[in-house]
Design a protein. Structure first.
Length: 587
């Protein structure tokens, strides 16, 4: 790394072998194989983890590249932007050193390697598209160079040079390779027509498939490793494909392992899974592959359900309400009532008596309870939609379902505060406060007169929360406010009073500027505003999900009536009030 030029020397690739869905990929790193024309034209950027869709992820440029000792090495220069300076600082401090590349393969060659369990395809002609900083690079040797660490030149093993297959392939092999790559039927027909005139060798077939794949693909393949998972030989492909499907539905950048499936159709993914299970798909059409793949013994339904559930929960979390953000979450093992036992704070520990004995103390307790309820809906997706690779229909339905679940949750939570004319639902189980609304004069958490939110009224609310006593009526619990919660009508006024302003005089200083967070929920009625303490220390509202769920869950089954599949979104959720001391209301 050179601080004066804001640049660094890096090893871009050593050509390490990579597990792909079609076998093992190997990059040839030689002047004849690597096309650096984009770099020479100044069109090779330095990116953040291969994200080429956002200008904010451009961290700099690749200034130069060369072949050295069987490795592609070069110099990167960081941009004078916030993202570029941040990345440069991390490199300078040694916090990130990994490098990964994006490239497009033009020519493949099948090589013989008796030690490999799968076919080894060597990319003998490929174009460098971009270089990325990667927290966990696929190739361990692809790193930022260090002056203290000499570059180790790789020495090839003393093995005979691999020989390509010279024989012509069959039409069935061409069809299988093209469909596995996600090419449409017209591309398959064109390749078969060419094959009849001049038979493809295996190398020629893979070159043509690669060329067509690169032409239709909008996301360049990258130098990644599919990390095998411990739950079976098919798990690495399933996990990578799941990541790709989730990225396509959510519009996010895929993971390292998922990038290889970004341009592959649903039928192509299904073929790869079936092939790994030993199912011969060479004579199957896309329709037959999808139908076979959706059988309950296949990995394809698991993949689709897992990706769908991830997307469902992601959309659900993005739609979280303002009330939810001031509440505490817990898990429930079943649908029985959830009992929250409140214990009073213990008074200061007394000294031992003259005989050195310690006295017993009494801890007061109280209890609040609520239970989970089940909510859900069922939707169907036809087999035609899957065959047509219509992930948009699937994701649109899931998005609507996620928002519906979030709305159910938001309505239930808001109802706890809107009850009793905005004074909140009743608190039960604590002696004198049994059956009293959440906000009540007896709880010392309700302003005596309504007032607009300003420094004076906020100060009164803060003091009331600080002065709250435990159930013994003596011990201060010191409930410091952290969040202001308002309805949509009070949003602007709250923003004004919480803004940080550079005051000209001491008396003009806003003591709450930048100290309190603001949450807005349009479902809250009335003009009142509320303060809430940190729910981790002084919880007021609690919500629960069943078992380890973090939102709605997705299940599926085959629909025999129309040949499609049905999905059920089920949402097990409950909420309730558990204490009144961590909140304050004005209005």
């Amino acid at each position: 790394y050179d601080a004066s030029s804001h640049s660094a020397e890096a090893i871009f690739s050593s050509g390490a072998r990579v597990a792909r869905w079609f076998g093992i990929e190997e990059l040839e790193v030689s002047p004849q194989a690597v096309d650096l024309s984009r770099l020479q034209s100044g069109l090779c950027p330095l990116l953040n983890a291969h994200n080429r869709f956002d200008v904010g992820d451009v961290l700099g440029v690749v200034e130069s590249a060369r072949i050295e000792g069987g490795q592609l090495v070069g110099r990167i220069r960081f941009a004078d932007t916030a993202a570029g300076r941040e990345a440069e600082g991390m490199v300078q401090r040694g916090e990130i050193r990994g490098i990964s590349i994006g490239y497009s393969v033009r020519t493949w060659q099948l090589v013989e390697d008796n030690a490999a369990d799968e076919d080894v395809w060597r990319a003998t002609s490929w174009e460098l598209l971009e270089v990325s900083l990667a927290p966990v690079p696929a190739d361990p040797s692809s790193t930022i160079r260090s002056e203290e660490i000499p570059v180790t030149r790789s020495t090839p093993n003393d093995q005979p040079a691999p020989q390509p297959h010279a024989g012509a392939v069959t039409a069935r092999e061409i069809s299988t390779a093209a469909r596995n790559a996600g090419l449409d039927i017209s591309a398959v027909d064109e390749m078969l027509a060419r094959h009849e005139e001049a038979p493809f060798t295996r190398e020629g077939m893979m070159t043509e498939v690669g060329r067509r794949y690169a032409a239709r693909d909008t996301q360049a393949p990258t130098h990644n490793v599919v990390s095998p998972l411990p739950d079976g030989p098919n798990s690495s492909i399933r996990s990578a494909a799941e990541d790709a499907i989730f990225a396509r539905m959510s519009g996010t950048v895929p993971t390292e392992q998922g990038r290889q499936f970004m341009g592959v159709s649903m039928a192509g993914i299904c073929r790869a899974l079936l092939d790994q299970q030993g199912v011969d798909t060479r004579r199957m059409s896309d329709t037959q592959v999808i139908e076979r793949g959706m059988h309950t013994t296949s990995d394809f339904p698991i993949l689709l359900q897992s990706a769908g559930e991830r997307y469902l929960v992601t959309e659900f979390e993005q739609a979280a309400s303002g009330v939810k953000r001031v509440a505490r979450q817990r898990q429930a093992p079943d649908f029985r009532s959830i009992h929250n036992i409140k214990m009073s704070n213990i008074a200061p520990i007394p000294p031992a008596n003259e005989a050195g004995e310690f006295r017993y103390t009494t801890i007061e307790t109280a209890e609040e309870s609520y239970r989970l309820g089940s909510f859900g809906q069922i939707f169907a997706l036809s087999r035609q939609a899957l065959i047509n690779d219509d992930l948009g229909a699937f994701s649109d339905i899931l998005r609507v379902m996620a928002r519906a679940a979030a709305e159910r949750e938001a309505v239930e939570l808001a109802a706890l505060l809107n009850a009793n004319g905005g004074k909140g639902a009743k608190i039960y189980g604590e002696g004198p406060s049994t059956g009293t609304a959440l906000y009540d004069a007896s709880h010392a958490n309700l302003a005596p007169t309504a007032g607009a939110i300003d420094v004076t009224t906020l100060s009164a609310g803060r003091q009331a929360m600080r002065d709250q006593k435990a159930m013994d009526g003596k011990t201060f619990i010191n409930a410091a406010p952290r969040t202001v919660l308002v309805g949509s009508a009070g949003e602007t006024a709250a923003e004004q009073v919480l803004a940080t302003i550079n005051a000209a005089q001491v008396g003009d200083v806003n003591p709450f500027g930048g100290k309190l967070g603001l949450e807005v929920d349009p479902r809250l009625t009335g003009a009142m505003w509320r303060l809430f303490a940190d729910p981790a220390t002084c919880p007021v509202i609690e919500y629960a999900y069943l078992n380890a769920a973090s939102g709605p869950q997705l299940a599926q089954r085959e629909n025999w009536s129309n040949g499609g599949w049905e999905w059920r979104v089920i949402f097990d959720f409950g909420c309730g009030l558990i204490d009144y001391r961590g909140t304050y209301q004005n209005g």
